[in-house]
Design a protein around this ligand. Structure first.
Ligand SMILES: C[C@H](O)[C@H](O)[C@H]1CNC2=NC(N)=NC(=O)C2=N1
Length: 101
């Protein structure tokens, strides 16, 4: 089944289950703080591995001890879809293992 853009209501309902994530323009996004630059770097590498597994890729920004993620779905013209929420949930699952908050 082809992926379709979610409605505003569908996005809000899904964001309610993802504390820390928000809609920023046409993307869902969250920033994390970590204990060190190496911890933040390791989290970026881990996210990149998940993204390859899912074949869905966010924009990732590595700071000194921060990681910022934002994602939408290019193939539907940059709208938010279920694929973005699937990636967000996978990132939430791995974040605690990196001490991210
Ligand atoms: C060919 C490949 O499946 C596509 O280019 C994938 C790769 N990663 C992607 N990532 C995101 N965020 N949106 C996409 O539409 C997308 N498409």
């Amino acid at each position: 089944m082809p992926v379709e853009p979610l409605s505003q209501k569908e996005i809000e309902d899904r964001l309610a289950e993802l504390p820390g994530w928000s809609l920023e323009g046409d993307r869902i996004a969250r920033s994390y703080r970590l204990g060190s630059h190496s911890a933040a770097t390791a989290m970026v590498v881990h996210i990149a591995q998940v993204q390859e597994e899912l074949d869905h890729h966010s924009d990732l920004t590595l700071g000194y001890n921060t990681v910022s993620v934002s994602v939408n779905t290019h193939s539907v013209g940059g709208a938010v879809t279920e694929l973005d929420f699937e990636l967000a949930h996978r990132i939430e699952e791995l974040a605690s293992g990196h001490g991210a908050h």
